[in-house]
Each structure stands twice: as structure tokens, then as C-alpha cells.
Design a protein around this ligand. Structure first.
Ligand SMILES: NC(=O)c1ccc[n+]([C@@H]2O[C@H](COP(=O)([O-])OP(=O)(O)OC[C@H]3O[C@@H](n4cnc5c(N)ncnc54)[C@H](O)[C@@H]3O)[C@@H](O)[C@H]2O)c1
Length: 381
């Protein structure tokens, strides 16, 4: 078993989730490449040193440029806000590193295109962290769809709802500023729902959409007495068409009181339907038109996705000993490490920079549609 040295850029929310996954993937999945948590990077020397000690990294660093240029680093894991993804990913690709990047890939279509071009030119493995693809119940949904169990697909009804910025006193931090985040609910959580739509149903070809910002000004983080403008959407609602004729809706909002991390979808096909909700992530609801004992007792039933032959479960616990949100990142890293070791494609089950670029095109079309009040075809390159 060979070691691969990992550098993680960013050590807050996603930095902690990724660190946990790098720690767990070896012991639980025995990947062909063993990751070594070599260096974690942030801007504040004292804080990043503390993060290295707490999260289990060998070294701490404050300059990501030095880190990505290091000869002993094989994988660069980017868990910073969207405004730095392009610069770090392009530099890492030029240095020949494997690049694992948080979503959304970039804040603009142009940046996403440049990132895609950079990893292609360098020929390096790359993946975006669309970890919800790797919830066991979602992967089971994928298998059922690919086996034709739902028949012809008619609908994708995706909603990703949260409520944590609904309070108008939440300060104007980076996720509420366009220059840092690119967009609001749309790119932050809508991008996950869109990725699941593309993963499970098909390519999005056109969209008609509306965006809204409900709270237009918020207290400044370092001076709460002053307010500044919110420059991103609080919510987005889109109607999408797929290349296979299916019709979808994708709604994302951070203004849905009571919804904490409600990443949910329903898919309807000619032979049945499936329903998933991240707040109950070990469950998949299924309905099949031909299920026994006949029409009178038809309806949805709930499958507890935890059997040894369910996706990813051979690596975890006996049936019914449920897993959580953090495990999806472990599954992501196992997928990436396997692709590197076997010189295999990260696609189609992993999200690549091509997926990130395509998602950026769809998000851009959503913004244009909302601004101009018309239907937009997606102009993929
Ligand atoms: N996959 C998921 O489920 C999921 C969930 C939340 C966030 N995200 C994505 O992860 C990324 C990070 O989000 P977060 O919630 O962890 O943000 P965060 O604010 O909690 O953390 C960002 C980190 O990046 C560091 N950072 C910022 N600029 C930097 C720079 N130039 N150099 C080095 N470090 C820098 C910050 O110091 C901080 O450690 C975003 O792209 C976000 O959309 C993904």
C-alpha cells in the first residue's frame, strides 16, 4: 500500500468534515492508496496550528501557494469559499496535483471553464465534493433508476431548504456577499439539488427561474451597528427540462423555518416513484406500480438502507446501525482514492470539473432567467 500525501486548504466547517473523512477512510475502507494527512493550510498561523493539532494534520501552513508547490504533496483538497477555488485549483493542477474541490466549483462560468481547462491540460484526476451522491439511499436510488425500475422518468422535484439565515440579525458574512460566494441559496445548496438532478435524471437543457432576496441589508460582521447590502439570493425556484424529456423543479431557500438541512427529492417514473430526504438519510421511500399484494394495498414503503448489500454498507456496521452525514465525505474520498489507484475515471459516479462547469452554466442561466423574465436554454460549450 502506497501513501499519498494530502494538503487541505481551509480548516473551518468543511475543513473539519474533510479532516474527519481523511482520518476514517483508511481504517474503514482499506483503500489501495493510504492517505497521509500531511499539511493543513489557513491564513491565521495560530488558528491553523491549533486546527492541525485538533484535526490530526502533521503540519500547519499559512500560504497555499507554497503548499501546492511542495514536491511531497500529491492531493490538494480545497475547502475554502468559492472566490479562491479557481486560483488554488488551477495552481494545483499546474503542479500536477490531484485536485479535490468543494462545491460550487467556481463563482462564475468563466472560472469554471478555466478550472476545467487546467485539469484537462495537466491530465490530473479531479473531483468536486458533491457528497450527497454518496448517501447510501441516494446511491440505491441511482441503482434502481439505472436498472429501469422506475421506467421512463417524468419528474424530478428537488427542494433544498434551510432556515439559518432567516433571522435578519445574522451578519453579512461571506455567504451573503456575491464577490465571495458567487450566489446565495442557488450556488450554496441549490447546486447540490441540481447535481442530484443531473446525476439521477439527466442533463438539464433549459430553465425558467426566479430569485429573491428577502432581507436586503444586514449588520456588518465587524461593526454590527452598521449595515451593508446583501448581494446574493436568499431563495431560488427553477423549472427545468431534461434532455430525456423529464420535467423538474428545483427550489433552494435559506428562509424555510423548521427546515434544517432538508435536501429532498421525489422522482416519478412510469413504473414507480422514489422519495429521499437528507434529514432522514438512512431511509428511501419507494413505490412500485407492480408491487405485491396488488393494487388495493399499493403505496409508498420505507426502506432502511443499511443492509450489507446496500451501497457502501459492507464497510460499516451490522444492519440497522445507522450512519450519518459525515460518512458521505468518507465515501467521496474512497471513490477518489480508488480512481487514482486504478487510473480510472472519477465519472460517472463521481462529480468531475466537467460536472462543475455544467452546473455553473445552469446556475448562470437561472440568474439570467430571473433577471430577464424569460426561458433560457443552457449554452454548454
Ligand atoms: N459539500 C457540502 O455539503 C458543503 C457544506 C458546506 C460548505 N460547502 C462548501 O465548502 C466551501 C467552504 O465552506 P465552509 O462552510 O467550510 O466555509 P467556512 O467559512 O466555514 O470555512 C472557510 C475556510 O477557508 C479559509 N480560507 C478562506 N480564504 C482562504 C485563503 N485565501 N487561503 C486559505 N484559507 C482560506 C477560512 O479561514 C476557513 O478556514 C465552500 O465552497 C462551500 O460552498 C460544502
Amino acid at each position: 500500500m502506497a501513501d499519498v500525501n494530502v494538503a487541505l486548504i481551509g480548516y473551518a466547517f468543511m475543513g473539519r468534515a474533510h479532516s474527519n473523512a481523511w482520518r476514517q477512510v483508511g481504517p474503514f475502507f482499506s483503500p489501495k492508496l493510504t492517505p497521509r494527512m500531511k499539511v493543513i493550510c489557513g491564513r491565521n498561523a495560530k488558528n491553523v496550528k491549533a486546527a492541525a493539532a485538533q484535526l490530526g494534520w502533521e503540519e500547519a501552513a499559512t500560504d497555499w501557494r507554497e503548499v501546492v508547490a511542495r514536491k511531497d504533496i500529491d492531493i490538494v483538497d480545497i475547502s475554502t469559499p468559492g472566490d479562491s477555488h479557481a486560483e488554488i485549483a488551477i495552481a494545483a493542477a499546474r503542479e500536477g496535483k490531484v485536485v479535490f474541490c468543494e462545491k460550487p466549483l467556481a463563482n462564475t462560468v468563466k472560472e469554471a471553464e478555466q478550472m476545467l481547462a487546467a485539469v484537462k491540460k495537466a491530465g490530473v484526476p479531479h473531483m468536486i465534493c458533491h457528497n450527497y451522491r454518496r448517501v447510501p439511499a441516494v446511491m440505491l436510488a441511482k441503482q434502481l433508476i439505472d436498472q429501469g425500475k422506475l421506467g421512463r422518468l417524468y419528474h424530478y422535484r428537488g427542494t433544498y431548504l434551510q432556515d439559518w439565515v432567516a433571522d435578519p440579525n445574522v451578519p453579512l458574512f461571506w455567504r451573503l456577499r456575491k464577490e465571495a460566494a458567487g450566489s446565495g441559496a442557488l450556488g450554496d445548496i441549490g447546486s447540490h439539488s441540481l447535481d442530484l438532478a443531473r446525476f439521477l435524471v439527466g442533463e438539464v437543457t433549459e430553465v425558467i427561474a426566479a430569485l429573491e432576496t428577502f432581507v436586503k441589508e444586514r449588520p456588518l460582521p465587524d461593526n454590527p451597528r452598521k449595515k451593508g447590502p446583501v448581494t446574493v439570493d436568499d431563495a431560488s425556484a427553477s423549472i427545468v427540462r431534461f434532455d430525456n424529456g423529464a420535467l423538474g423543479t428545483i427550489e433552494a431557500s435559506r428562509f424555510a423555518p423548521g427546515r434544517k438541512n432538508y435536501n429532498a427529492f421525489e422522482i416519478n417514473g412510469s413504473k414507480g416513484s422514489i422519495v429521499f430526504n437528507l434529514e432522514r438519510l438512512n431511509e428511501l421511500q419507494v413505490h412500485f406500480n407492480d408491487s405485491k399484494p396488488g393494487k388495493q394495498a399499493q403505496g409508498f414503503r420505507t426502506v432502511l438502507v443499511s443492509e450489507a448489500d446496500h451501497p457502501f454498507w459492507e464497510h460499516w456496521w451490522p444492519q440497522g446501525h445507522t450512519i450519518g452525514w459525515e460518512h458521505t465525505f468518507v465515501h467521496e474520498l474512497h471513490h477518489l482514492l480508488t480512481a487514482i489507484a486504478e487510473d480510472a475515471d472519477v465519472a460517472p459516479h463521481g462529480a468531475t470539473f466537467e460536472d462543475g462547469y455544467r452546473a455553473a452554466e445552469v446556475c448562470d442561466a437561472v440568474v439570467r432567467s430571473s433577471e430577464e423574465g424569460r426561458r433560457e436554454a443552457i449554452p454548454y460549450r
